[in-house]
Structures are given as C-alpha cells and as structure tokens.
Design a protein around this ligand. Structure first.
Ligand SMILES: Cc1ncc(COP(=O)(O)O)c(C=O)c1O
Length: 340
C-alpha cells in the first residue's frame, strides 16, 4: 500500500474511502457498483457515510431516513455462548458469519456492490473480537466478486495488536485502510486512507495533468499534523512500542480474565492491548457499567463504559504495574457492586 490520502480525522478518512471506492469502480467502467456493506455494531465515525455503513444505533437513529441509500449490514459477531471468555480470537462462528456476505451479494448482484467496510475489532460497539477465520473469509468473498475491502483501522492501526495494522495480525490484505488516532499518538488531528497501487493507478494512469480525484480538505496533509505523525512513527520505532505492546498483551490478557467470576461479570474478551468485560444488564441498559466507570474514575482509573461493557485500551507505553493497578481498582469496584 504505497499511497495515502490525508484527512484530519477518522470520520473524514471513512467518508473519503467510501467515495474512493465508488469513483474507482466508475473509472474502470463499473459505475453500477455503488452499494456498500457494513456491519451491525461497527463504528465508522460520525459523518453521513460513516453512520450509514456503521451499526451503532445511538449514532444512527436520529438520521434513520436520511442515511445513504444502498447500504446493507452484516450481523455483528458477538453473542455465541461458545465464545464467552475466549482468550484472543473466539473459536466459533467465523465462517458462517462471513458467508452472510454471499447472501447479500446474491440479493443485489455483485455488479452493484462497491465495497465492504469492517473495523477488524468493533471497539466502540463494545470491543467485539472477530472469530477465527472470519476476516479471511470476508476477504475471499470480496475478491471473488470484485468488491473492495475497506478495513477501518482507526482503533486497531499503529500497534494496538502488536503489529503496525490489525490486517497484518490477521494476515488479511485489504484494498483500502483508514487510519487516524495513533498516527500522531493523538497529539495533533491527522487521519488518512492507505490504498493499494492498483487503486491509485486507476485514478492517475493515462490522465492528463490536473486533479484526479475531486475531493480534499483544506487541511489535508497539514505540515504540523504530518510533522507530528513523522515524530510519532519515529518514536514507535525507536522505542519498539509495537513489540512492547505484543509482549504486554500477555499480562493484559491475564489481568482482564482475572475479573472472571466477580459479581455481574458475564464475559471477558481481549486481543492485543484491547479488551472488554461485559456486565449483566441491570434494570436499564448500560447503567451498571456507567456506575462502575464512575467509581473507578473516583479511584483514579479510567475505563470506558460502552453499553453493558467496560472497554480497556491502555497506551502502548503502559507497564505491568499500571495494568495491575487498573484491573485491581476495577476488581475492587466490581466486588462492591450490588449483584444482579
Ligand atoms: C473504527 C473507527 N472509525 C472511525 C472513527 C472516527 O474517528 P474520528 O473520531 O477521528 O473522526 C473512530 C473513532 O473512534 C473509530 O474507532
């Protein structure tokens, strides 16, 4: 993936990638390919394209009738009881879940489908780890039908799984990757879309000099943001932070799964340096997790409530002692929370 189109956020990267996919097919004489496939509980930012292909109901419901037409959603990958408390990639369901894409493609005909977009781990949807083989099977189906695969790596990019991108961790080659956040370690807003050479060339080959892609932001490739990006990437390399994340992920897994058996804990799931603990629904969805979040916050630990789940995503520079502190505080709070 030798080419990048810079944006200022993950949301802009996603909408850019969707537009690129449609334009790419049109340039190649397949202008009927305008449909997208997204997934329930996936999060792709808050712009109109991103919420259309995304599957987080709270972000969509106020705009339901005004979203992009021509979008289908795969079902999300969560909910198999065989996958509860899985360490790493859950074992069950990957193939069947991915094969649902075949059904959607058959319904519309591949000649109308531009791209599939998935976040390898749906983080804002509750940290849903893809079951074994799921992403590889999606790749195969996309390839078979000439559908572009967009991996939204805004969360998983830049070392979260111990590899530069989650695509590399899963051994899956997407056609486009969206990124943001970690490229500057969040210091300055910067995002972008990485594309395969073949996509870049479809826009540029044989064209008269001039603008190839009528799309761009005033601050695309802003020098300050790019300087911060260069500095962050240099630091990742100098301090071997991706390798460090990979090594720390074992302690992270251990700490997270030590919460199993505490009051209200109905699932623990993790991969790399990201994970979640799911709590039994209380009287009202999300209220219990929010209360745990508040109590942890008062004790100096930030865990993110996402519905009934508590999401953990420590910085790559964290040390074992920080993980011990984080899971220790969460354990204390859970032990003191009222049973369901
Ligand atoms: C997978 C994914 N895509 C897109 C976005 C949107 O990025 P931003 O908030 O920079 O617009 C996010 C943000 O959390 C994300 O997690």
């Amino acid at each position: 993936m030798g080419h990048v189109f810079f944006t200022n956020s993950g949301s802009e990267a996603v909408d850019t990638a969707l537009k690129m996919a449609i334009a790419y097919h049109r340039l190649r004489g397949e202008g009927t390919r305008t449909r997208f496939v997204g997934r329930e509980r996936s999060y792709h930012g808050v712009n109109i394209g991103g919420i259309s292909v995304g599957g987080v109901t709270a972000n969509r419901k106020a705009y339901s009738g005004a979203l992009l037409p021509g979008v289908d959603h795969l079902r999300h990958t969560h909910g198999f009881k065989e996958n509860l408390f899985a360490r790493g990639e859950p074992p069950h369901g990957g193939g069947d879940l991915a094969d649902e894409l075949e059904r959607i493609v058959a319904l519309h005909d591949a000649s109308n489908v531009a791209a599939l977009i998935v976040d390898p781990i749906s983080a804002s949807g509750g940290v849903l780890i893809p079951p074994k083989g799921y992403l590889k099977r999606l790749r195969e189906i996309c390839t078979r039908h000439g559908i572009l695969l967009i991996m939204d790596e805004v969360i998983t990019g830049w070392g979260r799984l111990g590899t530069p991108f989650a695509s590399q961790y899963f051994g899956v080659e997407p056609d486009l990757i969206t990124f943001a956040k970690g490229v500057t370690s969040g210091a300055v807003p910067l995002g972008g879309v990485l594309v395969k050479d073949s996509i870049y060339e479809a826009f540029t080959a044989g064209k008269a000099p001039g603008i190839e892609f009528f799309h761009g932001y005033t601050y695309s490739g802003h020098p300050l943001a790019c300087a911060a990006g260069v500095a962050a990437l240099q630091t990742y390399e100098d301090e071997a932070l991706f390798e460090r994340a990979a090594a720390l992920s074992r302690d992270f897994e251990q700490g997270l799964h030590s919460l199993k058996g505490l009051p209200n804990v109905v699932d623990c799931r993790n991969l790399g340096l990201i994970g979640a603990v799911e709590l039994a629904s209380g009287a009202e969805y999300g209220v219990r997790a929010f209360s745990v979040f508040e109590k942890c916050w008062d004790k100096g630990v930030f865990v993110r409530p996402v519905g009934d789940a508590l999401a953990f995503c420590p910085p790559l520079i964290a040390e074992k002692k920080h993980l011990d502190q984080m899971f220790g505080v969460v354990a204390d709070v859970l032990k003191s929370s009222p049973p369901s």
